[in-house]
Design a protein around this ligand. Structure first.
Ligand SMILES: [Zn+2]
Length: 128
């Protein structure tokens, strides 16, 4: 009764057309609209979105420059985390020595609070 096709009908028609044209239906679904993806020659398309979809099984299939960028980021993060952890541990050790050598109750409280905060930060740093 309605002459206008729904998006879904259009998609199904487009998929059927692509299959007739030699495309292969894949077992993977479009990450955007969840429609079945079609492989045409060496490229994968979502006929519903009318877009080429890039699918990678693992990092090794990613373009070299993306792999490089990912590695750089990962290395940067872990290096920062390690140095933060190192610094905090060093500070805790410094405070521990100070605590050992002081008899001043005020200082003892201050140092204990500082150590407590550092330990909390350390915990947070190791969680992320
Ligand atoms: Zn799609």
């Amino acid at each position: 009764m309605d002459e206008k096709e729904t998006e879904n009908d259009k998609g199904i028609k487009a998929i059927a057309q692509a299959l007739r044209a030699g495309g292969t239906l894949l077992h993977a679904a479009c990450p955007v609209c969840d429609s079945p993806l079609i492989k045409i020659q060496d490229k994968i398309y979502c006929k519903v979105c009318d877009k080429e979809v890039l699918i990678y099984k693992d990092e090794k299939e990613l373009p070299a420059e993306i792999q490089k960028a990912m590695k750089k980021n990962a290395a940067k993060t872990s290096a920062t985390e390690t140095s933060i952890t190192k610094t905090i541990n060093a500070k805790i050790e410094q405070l521990r020595v100070k605590l050992e050598n002081t008899d001043d109750p005020d200082e003892i409280i201050k140092i204990t609070e500082a150590i407590d905060k550092l330990l909390q930060t350390l915990e947070k740093a190791s969680e992320s």
